[in-house]
Design a protein around this ligand. Structure first.
Ligand code: CUA
Length: 313
């Protein structure tokens, strides 16, 4: 990428959240540096100041000092509280994607990355994103654990099989970066790279409209078709009415009460489990009669079904 490095230690910062991460990192660094100098300095001074001056000298046996102990307990506690507050704020910001994010499905497998865009376009080992727009990644692995890492975004998230993990970023400058896998996943791990290209919005649109690498139907449309093929409508309505199973209308991201009295949010992972292993969490008022689709639908089909479910607001 062009531009100057963010600091002596850190790679260039190219996302809206990077500065906050760097601030937290610098805070820890400078607090540690300050106390390192203080402790080593005092230690050196005391070694000289309180050295034994003669063979016969008997040193004072120091008793405890309550005031001193309170001070050296309260100062670290205050520092820990501040570091927690700074870290937690950054954690929340990094965890919750803005509502207007563009969603891209990420599939990791040994040893490649596949990206599926909202219009169904896909690209392999190349992720293109528009400048100045939040992007939410919904990620899953076909085999072992991988990890999605872009240093310039200060973004790293594990990509695991049989579950979705999400991450988001908003690029702040046009350019080219590299996505690396940061979880050892076998012989090809170090070569599991993807090019990340941040493009001006207009250029990105043109590329996307041209179908990316491969023209396709959108995950949402593919999911609708698949739901028809699997005859989901026998038991699930899309208009809010209850059939043998709960309706799909307005299901996504809403609280759902289960038969055991607990309440879950119908997020991507809940929807996935309810397709692959439906009787694990049965919705209150319904019988556990749905067949499990584990092994019967592929990762890509799951992505599609979930995209379709999310569209039924
Ligand atoms: Cu994938 Cu390491």
């Amino acid at each position: 990428m062009s531009g100057t490095p963010n600091s002596f230690w850190l790679p260039e910062a190219a996302s809206t959240t990077a500065a906050q991460h760097d601030a937290g990192w610098s805070l820890v660094l400078w607090i540690s540096a300050f106390f390192f100098v203080l402790v080593v300095g005092l230690m050196s001074y005391f070694v000289i100041r309180y050295r034994r001056r003669s063979e016969t000298e008997i040193p004072d046996a120091p008793d405890h000092n309550t005031r001193l102990e309170i001070v050296w307990t309260l100062i670290p506690v205050a520092i820990v509280v501040v570091l927690f507050a700074v870290g937690f704020k950054g954690f929340l910001k990094g965890t919750i994607a803005p509502a207007d994010s563009m969603e891209i499905f990420v599939t990791a497998e040994r040893w490649m990355w596949t990206f599926t865009y909202p219009n169904g376009a896909t690209s392999v080992n190349e992720l293109r994103v528009p400048l100045g727009r939040p992007v939410k990644l919904v990620m899953s692995s076909k085999d072992v654990i991988h990890s999605f890492y872009v240093p310039e975004f200060r973004l790293k998230k594990d990509v695991v099989p049989n579950s979705y993990t999400t991450a988001w970023f908003e690029p702040t400058q046009v350019g080219e970066m590299t996505v690396t896998c940061t979880e050892y996943c076998g012989a090809g791990h170090s070569a599991m790279l993807a090019k990340l290209q941040v493009m001006p919005e207009k250029e990105f649109r043109d590329w996307l409209d041209a179908g990316g690498e491969e023209k396709g139907v959108s995950p949402e449309k593919a999911g609708e078709k698949l739901a028809m093929k699997l005859a989901c409508a026998t038991c699930h309505s899309t208009d809010g009415s209850a059939k043998t199973g709960p309706t799909w209308k307005g299901l996504y991201n809403h609280p759902t009460e289960l038969a055991d009295g607990t309440t879950v949010t119908a997020d991507e992972n809940y929807l996935r489990e309810s397709i692959t292993d439906p009787n694990k969490k049965v919705v209150k008022g319904f019988q556990p009669v749905m067949p499990a689709f584990k092994g019967l639908v592929t990762q890509k089909q799951l992505d599609a079904l979930i995209a379709y479910l999310k569209s039924l607001k």
